[in-house]
Each structure stands twice: as C-alpha cells, then as structure tokens.
Design a protein around this ligand. Structure first.
Ligand SMILES: [Zn+2]
Length: 663
C-alpha cells in the first residue's frame, strides 16, 4: 500500500527502490584490467566503501539516493519550521503538517492502536467465509487496505483503454524462500514475527505461535503455484487476461461476485490476471475449516502493512524483523526515518522541489543531445542490420523514431494520475498519521475505480520521480525516462570527459532504448500495442540471438557456488550490451575516449550487498550483479578488446564466436 505508482510496467535500470544493492570477496590481490576489469577498476572504491550498518547495500546508485534524501530532508525541515503559515492544500502545507504527524511520536503512540482496532473490527466479527469476504471488501472501501486482492489499472494490449489488473496478494515470503529456507533459522524468525504481531493484537502466546506456524504452512502450500521470477518479468505472462465468467468460476469459495462488486468491477467483462492457478489455490483454501487461519492471516497482514505509520513500539517490531531479514544491523536515526517516510508519502511534491533546485535546463539539454546521438546510432544500425528483412527493419525503425523521451521530471502541470496524499489534515484539526493515511488510501482506491474504462495518456510522466537515481523504458507508451536524480557523477558530469559520460549516462540511455527491442519489447509496437511486427524468419533469428545471452551470463560465479541466473537477467543483459555497443560506436575508435568509456561503465555498477540481500537479488532481480554486469557486457564488446589489448588467455577474453550480440 501507499505511494502506489499508477500505470505502466516499467523496466528499471537498477533495483534500488526497496532495498538499497554484493559483497565482493575480500580481495587482496590486485586484479588486472585484462583479467577482471570490474575488480581492477573498482578495487579502491570497493576497499573504501562499506555498507553502512543502517543499509543492506552499497552502490553509487544507493549512495547518491541517500544524498538526495538528505538534500530533501533539509528542505523538509525548512518547510516544517514555518508550519501553520501555509494555505490548505499547498504542497508546503501537506509537507509541514504530515511531518508533524510523523514526528509527534506521543500522538502516534496514543492513537494508532485504536485506528488498527477499528480497521480490523469487521475481520474479527466475520463468522463465515462469506462474511470474511464482505469484511475484506469493507477494508478496501473504507481504508484502501488490501489484505487479499489488489487492484491496479493497466492499458489493454491492443488499445489505450484501462482495464483492471485484479490479482491476489503475494505471500509474506517469496516463492523461493517458501520452497527453501534462505538462511538457517529464517523460517523460525518469520513465525516468531507473525506470532508477535498476533500477540500485539491480543492473542495469547501459545495460540499466536500455533497460528503463525499454520500461516507459514499455508504460504508454503501456495509456493509451487506462484510465478517464477522469469515469468514475472515476461510481459506475455503478465498480460494474461480472464473474463468475468472465468473469474467467477475460479472463486466459488472466495465469492468472486462480491469481490468484484466491492472493488467497483461489477460491470467489467475482462481483467488482467497473470496467474489463474494461484488464485484457484487460494480459493480452494478459503473454507469454513480455515476461517480462523484466514482471519489471523489478514490480521497479521494489516499489522505488517500499517506498522511503519503506527505507534513507535509496533513500528520497531516490524523494522527489527526486516532488518535481520536483509542483514541490516542498525536503525537509521529518527530524523532520517521521519524524513524518508515523508519522502515516500509525498514523492511528487518533493520531486517538484528537487527539480527546481537540482535540475538545470543545461543538464536536460545536454542529456537530450546525447539521447539524439544514441538514437542516431541505433537508427543506422537497424538500417544496416543483416539478419532482419527490409519489412521488419522498417517496423523497428518506425518504433525507434516514435520513442517518447522524458528527461528531468514532470512539468509542473503534469500531476500524477492519482495523488499519493490527497489531503493532509493537520493535528490541530484532529488529524494524525494513521488517520491521514487511511483517508488518503480510501480516496485513492475510489480514484482507481474511476480510471477503469478511461484512456491511458501516453504523454504523461510515469516512471520514477525526479529525485530517483534510476532510469526506465516503458513499453505501454514506448518511452524512456531519465530522471534528474541520476544526472550526477559518476553517471553524468558536465565537467567529466566525453568518454566518461558516454560510459555513464550514454550507456544508460542506450540500455533503455535497447529495451524497446529486447524479448519483451519485441512484442510491442511503436504505440505500445502488443503486435507481432516480425516475419517468422526474422523473429526466429532474433530469438536465437537473444537466447544465447542466458548461458553466456550463467558462467559468472558471484559468490562461492552461486551463479548468475542467465535466463532471469537476459533482458537486462541485452540492454546493457546494446547500450555499451551504441556508446562504443559514438566513440568512433578513439582509444582515449574508449578507455574512459569502459572505465566509467565499470565504475557505475560497483556494488556491495549483505549476504542476505545478495541471496534475494540472485533469485528475484532481473539485473545482472555488478561483476557479471560489467565483465559480461565488456567481454562481448569488440571495441573493448582493442582499447585494452585483451588477447586469448586473459580472463576477460572470450572467443569471438562465443560473444553475444543482438543490437
Ligand atoms: Zn533495464
């Protein structure tokens, strides 16, 4: 819940949003550029940079992100110091009053539990599965809390019309963590956490322990029916739809008709549902015998969801659990915790401040000029392509020419489709943190319903906020987004050499453009419609080339015995190699430029992770890890061999016939 991005599946440059990014082995021997380019370039950085005890990773992405957050913290504090002077509904009023609600721990401690009890009353009163479904609907409508199903809107594959994505929630733990314990003791710590939440709700310890075991057993029974990470990253899987009739047939126990009514979908005829089997499994378990289990499951989920906004003791129970799960040793300061929470809740408002103070027209122009250059290279490459027929080539060029480009941040009048905090009621008028969240969520749920049946606007800013250190390609409107947050060193620096910027933001731009032509992008056309624009022979040739990336990347060992999952990272690897290859062409054979380019490319992906986070990323993250990401792409880039004199026998050498190439 909270801060829900509207519309559009997007392929991000890096997974930084939730967790932060691999511990390299404690290397002592100096690596040679010819043997391990990643290690040689990043040796000093990786020695000096440590994962802070409050974080699960270190990377330039994460470091710059924390700096952006610190910058915004000062802005927030400045605005908050004039609290009470702002007109209602202005960004400053929302920021100042919400900040007070967050930092006033006394009021949080006094009010939160009553709100949670009010929210949970219908769940606790439910005596049958039907009544429980009604209670689930009531939570959605009154508070925007989704304990069972979640709705989102997505444009149709063949038109701009929004239809609902109506999917059951994922379990607490991933499919992989349910199938195999991620670390010894992880399941026990998990059931202790769930038990603790139930005890916070008033259950006796024995009963809560038994329930927590039953909840874990229930989630384990769902695991084999969940999508794999590869499937989740496949737009054709995610685009699966069901009819209303099919949905009702799958939900005899859940009372699908009632669910649809409570989510405002009574008149809708089709929905996105990526995994019907998973819904059927949940339905099969939703029985009279399991009523108490389901009730407790929903109670635990509600506590887990609301904890960050609740009283301080509950907030800290939840945080302590997630800290150990990701190997985080220590909590951030109260000042940081308050500010980061506010930043998550009002990303648009703070994004506008970031834009005004940190993004110059010069930066935007400069990046637009680079995008123009990279596009030009792509265009000439597509035109000169030898394995596609003229017809397919023309369609690909058409798609490239139609690419929408978003740089910096949204224009002042380009507001989010659904605001994150519609209204903030100050404490002086009776508002508190949870009451504000619940009211805003309920409002957002109603707005979501109104969007269904309207048209997706392809010209809006969707991916990321200006302060985010990331970038994206969105197939729904065939667009790339480069937010202002990434326009700083080592990614971009107007004082750095041309080669360094080509290896940083230049490769990033090329990476995002390549997504338009990766296995997912191959299914959508210039308008974001799912359409087969290939001839059969061309598509076969494409698939053969794309498929080679999987075994190629699987060769990289990231931690002892843990290898990169080539199949999972294939799309991102294709994007990296495409971006690097385009940037190489722009460097036009100039050795100094090329060396700067490859060095900076290697440095932007330097990263360290806690063991726990690394384990998660290897299963879930569609991006290759730092070393595989850098060395994998460079070893397949012909220009790299000349620039650094790589020859047979060097660690970075891969025989020409074994290098992977798509664009
Ligand atoms: Zn990507």
């Amino acid at each position: 819940m909270i801060a829900k991005k509207t519309a559009a599946l997007c392929a991000a440059l890096a997974l930084t949003a939730v967790l932060g990014i691999f511990s390299s082995p404690a290397v002592v021997l100096a690596a040679s550029e010819k043997d391990d380019f990643y290690q040689a370039v990043n040796e000093k950085t990786l020695r000096e940079k440590q994962i802070k005890p409050t974080e699960a990773s270190w990377s330039w992405f994460h470091e710059r992100d924390l700096e952006n957050k610190e910058f915004l913290t000062k802005e927030i504090e400045d605005i908050a110091s004039h609290q009470g002077t702002y007109a209602k509904g202005t960004p400053e009023q929302k920021i100042a009053d919400l900040y007070q609600c967050i930092t006033d721990q006394e009021t949080r401690n006094a009010t939160a539990r009553k709100h949670i009890q009010d929210v949970l009353a219908p769940i606790k009163a439910a005596k049958t599965p039907q009544e429980l479904t009604e209670a689930v609907g009531e939570l959605h409508q009154k508070y925007g809390i989704n304990v069972l199903m979640s709705m989102d809107e997505q444009r149709l594959p063949d038109s701009r019309r929004y239809v609902a994505r109506f999917e059951p929630n994922n379990p607490f733990l991933s499919r992989y963590d349910l199938e195999k314990e991620p670390q010894p003791g992880a399941w026990k710590r998990h059931t202790e956490y769930i038990s603790r939440l139930l005890q916070e709700d008033g259950s006796a310890k024995d009963k809560a322990d038994t329930m927590a075991e039953a909840i874990l057993a229930y989630e384990k029974s769902l695991a084999p029916h969940m999508l794999t990470s590869e499937e989740k990253n496949d737009i054709m899987v995610m685009n699966q739809m069901v009819t209303r009739k099919e949905f009702l047939e799958m939900t005899p126990h859940l009372d699908g008709k009632r669910l649809l009514k409570d989510w405002g979908l009574s008149r809708e005829k089709v929905f996105f549902l990526s995994n019907p089997d998973y819904l059927c499994q949940i339905d099969a378990a939703y029985t009279e015998e399991n009523l108490e289990l389901m009730r407790n499951y929903f109670i635990a989920r509600t506590y887990d969801m609301l904890a960050p906004f609740a009283d301080i003791p509950l907030r800290d129970i939840t945080k302590a659990y997630y800290n150990q799960r990701y190997g985080i040793k220590q909590n951030r300061t109260e000042r940081e915790r308050a500010s980061y929470l506010l930043q998550d809740m009002l990303p648009y408002e703070l994004g506008q401040i970031y834009l005004k103070k940190r993004c110059t027209p010069h930066m935007v122009q400069d990046v637009r000029a680079m995008i123009y250059e990279v596009r030009k290279v792509y265009r000439s490459r597509l035109a000169a392509n030898t394995w596609m027929s003229p017809r397919t080539r023309a369609q690909a060029i058409e798609k490239l020419d139609a690419l929408r480009v978003f740089v910096g941040g949204p224009a002042a009048d380009d507001k989010p489709t659904i605001e994150d905090m519609h209204v903030v009621i100050p404490e002086s008028e009776g508002g508190d943190l949870l009451s504000n969240i619940l009211a805003s969520n309920a409002w957002a749920a109603r707005e979501e319903e109104k969007l269904i049946g309207t048209d997706f606007n392809p010209d809006k800013w969707y991916a990321f906020d200006p302060q985010d250190v990331n970038a994206a390609y969105i197939s729904d409107n065939n667009s790339i987004t480069i937010p202002a947050g990434i326009l700083q060193p080592p990614f971009y620096d107007d004082r750095a050499s041309r080669g360094a910027n080509l290896g940083g933001i230049g490769v990033v731009i090329g990476h995002e453009i390549s997504h338009a032509f990766d296995p997912n992008g191959s299914h959508t056309d210039k308008d974001g419609n799912v359409r087969d624009w290939w001839t059969k022979a061309d598509y076969d040739a494409f698939q053969k080339r794309a498929a080679a990336f999987a075994p190629y990347y699987s060769r990289y060992e990231l931690a002892p015995g843990q290898y990169e999952n080539g199949k999972l990272v294939m799309n991102e690897a294709i994007a990296d190699c495409g971006g690097l290859s385009a940037a190489t062409e722009i460097a036009a054979g100039d050795k100094t430029v090329l060396q700067d380019l490859y060095r900076n490319f290697a440095s932007i992906f330097a990263s360290k992770y806690t063991d726990q986070l690394l384990h998660q990323l290897l299963m879930l993250d569609p991006h290759p890890e730092g070393r595989a990401r850098v060395n994998g792409a460079l070893s397949s880039t012909d220009g790299f061999y000349g620039a650094y004199g790589i020859t047979d026998g060097d660690g970075m050498y891969i025989a020409e016939k074994d290098r992977v190439k798509l664009w």
